[in-house]
Design a protein around this ligand. Structure first.
Ligand SMILES: [Zn+2]
Length: 65
């Protein structure tokens, strides 16, 4: 997967091949000669514990009143 940033509308576009003709889907500018950068679909896996607040469940805050 490759990505190019349009020099005319500045919107990113994606393609599975960087050698094919590349037309901006937004403004139809020819981006074929533009430099393609590899777009990696790697999702950072964050352990679930990283989302836990340090003070616990937050239950104590719900009890007031
Ligand atoms: Zn464009």
């Amino acid at each position: 997967m490759y990505k190019k940033l349009c020099s005319q509308c500045y919107q990113p576009s994606f393609s599975s091949s960087k050698s094919n003709q590349w037309i901006c889907p937004v403004c139809s500018k020819d981006l074929t000669s533009h430099k393609a950068i590899q777009a990696v679909h790697a999702v950072k896996k964050i352990p679930l514990s990283a989302y836990q607040p340090n003070m616990g469940t937050g239950y104590e805050f719900d009890r007031k009143g």
